[in-house]
Design a protein around this ligand. Structure first.
Ligand SMILES: CC(C)(COP(=O)(O)OP(=O)(O)OC[C@H]1O[C@@H](n2cnc3c(N)ncnc32)[C@H](O)[C@@H]1OP(=O)(O)O)[C@@H](O)C(=O)NCCC(=O)NCCS
Length: 440
């Protein structure tokens, strides 16, 4: 009997099947061969929320949730955060290798020269209400780019795809900065091509009347590190949205808008905003035990804790904690850090959290840093969307070039009624029909 197989006996028929095992998986389509009768459709798997289903093969990001490991293209996240810039990491995620000097220069220059937005995008943005959520503005404006670049629809053309990838990576900070300034009522600031990716973003966010905005190098580097940490996270909810929408050969602006919409949810990228609201609600260190008690009694969740994949400390949370110290040396300590540290300390000793393997995730500390840097909580998910665009695009490109992929279309287990006749019309309904006929 071949070793890398699974033997399945169907007790309905007594028949035995050999199912090949490949990379620790069995192909769901193999199960279709298992039938109770020749007319039977064949066996399916039932896996709500993809708890145990690999939807693709991917060589981009590796996570070992039990050991708290995250690698992009084989490089540990901690090393990349220490030694690389965000645009180098973006290149790595998209092309598989870190750029050499010539490739880096070309790549950075190309991204820098695509940061301008068409004036129609600016006017589109101006139409939003003053209190529109920046994430809703971002999602809509990214989708609207599809009207500016109709050729993006040609997703099978590799050079066309690459052009749209560069545009999206370059324009996300410009859209994000516009959405931020829109909510404050400030005029939009055009990009400055002399600056790095994160410096330029900070310039577009915070420049007022001074001729040149002076970016603090420690804060620019901290933002760069945060962008590296958020760049990709394999098949998360928004990456899955990107792949699923992109599998219909939708253009990348619309697919990215769909992915960003998934990110906006409080169980995904919206969690860092929720963490800040939670810390505000707790108010002070002394209130932490009572808050934890409330959570354990089933009243809400400890936001920024728990992860579908990590059942250990999220390695990104560790890097963020170190980065926070450097940021606070410049900005002053965010008092919410003390509440967060106390929450973490108590939760990590508490049986409820220990047995469920609930540890701080990337969102637990990122919001505290962002707030210290001057961002309002509504902007946090937007700050997540900028770097994650790189991951979405890398996943999208991989999906489109994978000969095994097709339009994503799950199956269902139908639980509704069997075929049945329409009910006989009610007497008053028959009367109305007759009346209507007479007036015709
Ligand atoms: C991330 C998250 C959605 C993962 O969910 P999941 O993999 O479906 O995990 P489950 O909801 O099955 O959680 C397993 C158990 O832990 C509990 N749990 C999970 N996260 C929790 C949290 N943050 N606070 C309190 N309890 C939590 C669940 O209630 C469940 O308990 P039970 O077994 O008694 O029913 C979830 O942990 C969560 O909502 N966290 C808060 C939001 C957040 O920080 N999101 C950012 C992710 S990067």
């Amino acid at each position: 009997m071949p070793q890398n197989t699974l033997t399945v006996t169907d007790n309905r028929t007594g028949q035995t099947y050999q199912v090949p095992i490949e990379n620790g998986t069995v192909r769901a389509m193999e199960l279709r061969k298992i039938k109770a009768s020749p007319e039977d459709f064949g066996l399916m798997t039932y896996d709500p929320a993809f708890m145990n289903t690999a939807s693709c093969r991917s060589s981009i990001t590796f996570i070992d949730g039990d050991r708290g490991i995250l690698r992009y293209r084989g490089y540990p996240i901690e090393m990349l955060a220490e030694c690389c810039s965000f645009l180098e990491v973006a290149y790595l995620l998209l092309f598989g290798e870190l750029p050499n000097d010539v490739q880096r220069e070309k790549w950075v220059s190309e991204i820098t020269h695509h940061t301008m937005l068409h004036e129609t995008s600016k006017r589109f943005m101006e139409g939003f209400r003053y209190d529109a959520h920046p994430m809703a503005m971002l999602v809509s404006t990214v989708a609207a780019l599809s009207t500016v670049y109709p050729e993006a629809r040609n997703v099978q053309d590799a050079s066309n795809r690459l052009l749209q990838i560069k545009r999206l990576i370059a324009k996300m900070p410009s859209i994000a900065a516009m959405s931020y300034r829109h909510s404050l009522g400030f005029p939009y600031v055009y990009p400055d091509n002399d600056l790095t990716y994160t410096e330029n973003f900070m310039h577009m966010l915070w420049k007022m009347v001074e001729p040149k905005y002076a970016v603090h190098p420690v804060l620019a580097r901290a933002l760069d590190i945060l962008f590296i940490l958020h760049a990709d996270h394999e098949q998360n909810c928004s990456a899955n949205a990107m792949r699923s929408v992109g599998s219909a050969l939708t253009d990348p602006y619309l697919a990215t808008a769909a992915a960003a919409a998934a990110l906006a949810g409080p169980l995904h990228g919206g969690a860092n905003e929720e963490v800040l609201k939670m810390l505000d609600e707790i108010g002070s260190k002394q209130n932490v035990p009572a808050f934890i008690k409330k959570i354990k009694e089933g009243h809400g969740k400890l936001m920024g804790f728990g992860h579908r994949v990590y059942k250990n400390y999220d390695p990104r949370a560790r890097v963020i904690k170190d980065t926070a110290e450097r940021v606070f040396e410049v900005t002053g300590r965010n008092p919410k850090l003390d509440i967060a540290l106390e929450l973490e300390r108590i939760a990590l000793e508490d049986d409820y959290f220990v047995t469920r393997k609930l540890y701080p995730n990337v969102d637990f500390y990122s919001g505290i840093i962002y707030q210290a840097m001057g961002f309002r909580p509504e902007m946090f998910t937007v700050l997540f969307a900028i770097p994650r665009t790189v991951g979405w695009l890398a996943q999208w490109q991989e999906m489109l070039t994978d000969p095994e992929q097709k339009i994503a279309r799950p199956r269902q287990v139908y639980t509704g009624c069997e075929e049945r006749p329409l009910p006989a019309p009610e007497p008053h309904f028959v009367h109305e029909i007759e009346e209507a006929r007479e007036t015709c």
